[in-house]
Write a protein of this length. Structure first.
Ligand SMILES: Cc1ncc(COP(=O)(O)O)c(C=O)c1O
Length: 384
């Protein structure tokens, strides 16, 4: 049972959690309109950058009075730029429940050395937001990409908070409903849910975040690549397409194509529905098999993008070796690439379910997971 190869393979075996699958039937010819060899400060370049900003606003429903900038160094650049510019004015609560959130904790505690209260939860769990005082600044990751645990909603964040919320939404934007009135800083990168390219980050600022930028100067130096203000005023150009340094116009074109595709799929709502359907296909499979479980304990926190799974079978001798062997077997069979758990996370599989993945491919993959599991159980027995 389960050892016979399933008949159907996913048409696209790309289930990586970043860079993620490009939109269905992607080809480089789709990028033919990229203004290559032209200055990004020429009218044609500026128009493309502005379109990237304004189409992001349109698709994600970002309020007109929020600023949206394209910044260097992907999500990491955008998030650290926010931390370095805004934090230190008041106490900060650093919330982390997996590896990326933990990285931001290190920044606050060891690099910025600010007054920080750190609240963490183990892989599979989430920090209790009811314990958070939103009069402090609060840093968190909406969807923990390496644990598959997400914040179920923004209801726990008060509208009348005195502190700022800094949200790393890199594996949430375009897949989860982001409540803009609860988020003062939101960051993401193109390489995730839209299947775009790395290296460019999106920085979204609420009017209150802008107010902080214009009224507070952090005590530490800021390199040019991080500077958002000049003479106490926001550098507005960054938020209209005059980037701090040179962007890749090829990546910008790729992002514009992905945004157009997302619009054709019903915009944010359509993209959320696609991710939900993909994740449901995994959840249904997990519910039907007792040897595999969602790493996220509370179903309300189950991610619909980076779905993390763990094996639960008494016959498994070495969990980490076993999970790696299953992932390798899936890759060798050409049915799933890059589905091993993140290097710092508990052993298991991580199946990307963002909207660029087709539900038929997720469904086709599931029997292969059973096949690889049974094959590895058998291989263990032979080896013993
Ligand atoms: C939650 C989260 N934050 C930050 C990052 C880093 O993103 P980037 O490599 O685009 O800077 C990732 C990438 O996987 C992520 O998932």
């Amino acid at each position: 049972m389960g050892m016979i190869e399933p008949g159907i393979k996913p048409a696209n075996p790309r289930f990586s959690s970043g860079p993620c699958a490009k939109l269905p039937n992607f080809s480089l010819e789709m990028l033919a309109d990229a203004p290559l060899g032209r200055s990004h400060r020429a009218a044609v370049g500026k128009e493309k950058l502005k379109a990237a900003i304004e189409t992001t606003r349109e698709v994600l429903g970002i309020p007109a009075d929020y600023k949206i900038g394209i910044v260097p160094a992907s999500d990491t650049g955008a998030y650290e730029m926010a931390m370095w510019n805004l934090l230190g004015e008041r106490k900060v609560e650093m919330l982390a429940w997996e590896s990326f959130g933990s990285g931001w904790v290190t920044d606050a505690v060891k690099q910025l050395k600010i007054d920080a209260e750190v609240k963490t939860a183990d892989y599979g769990q989430i920090v209790d937001f009811a314990t958070v005082d939103f009069n402090n600044d609060v840093c968190f990751t909406w969807n923990g990409t390496t644990s598959g645990v997400r914040l179920p909603s923004g209801d726990v964040i008060p509208a009348d908070r005195a502190g700022l919320t800094l949200c790393d939404a890199t594996s949430a934007a375009f897949a989860m409903d982001l409540p803009w009135d609860k988020l003062d800083v939101t960051t993401f990168s193109w390489q995730k849910v839209l299947g775009g390219e790395g290296a460019h980050g999106m920085l979204i600022l609420s009017p209150r975040a802008v107010e902080r930028l214009e009224s507070y100067t952090p005590p530490w130096p800021l390199p040019k690549i991080f500077r958002l203000t000049k003479g106490g005023k926001l550098i507005d150009g960054i938020f209209t397409g005059a980037t701090i340094n040179t962007p890749s116009m090829l990546c910008v074109e790729d992002y514009l194509v992905a945004l157009d595709w997302a619009k054709s799929k019903g915009g944010a709502a359509g993209m959320i529905a696609r991710a939900d359907a993909n994740a449901q296909a995994v959840h249904d499979f997990v519910a039907a098999h007792d040897w595999i479980e969602n790493l996220a304990e509370d179903p309300a926190t189950w991610s619909n993008t980076s779905v993390c799974l763990k094996f639960a079978d008494a016959r498994i001798q070495n969990g980490a070796t076993f999970a790696k062997a299953v992932a390798k077997r899936l890759e060798k069979a050409g049915v799933a690439l890059d589905v091993g758990a993140y290097r710092d996370a508990p052993a298991g599989l991580r199946i990307w379910c963002g909207g660029t993945v087709e539900t038929s491919d997720v469904e086709a993959l599931m029997p292969w997971i059973e096949w690889a599991f049974e094959a590895e159980i058998a291989a263990q027995t032979v080896a013993a």
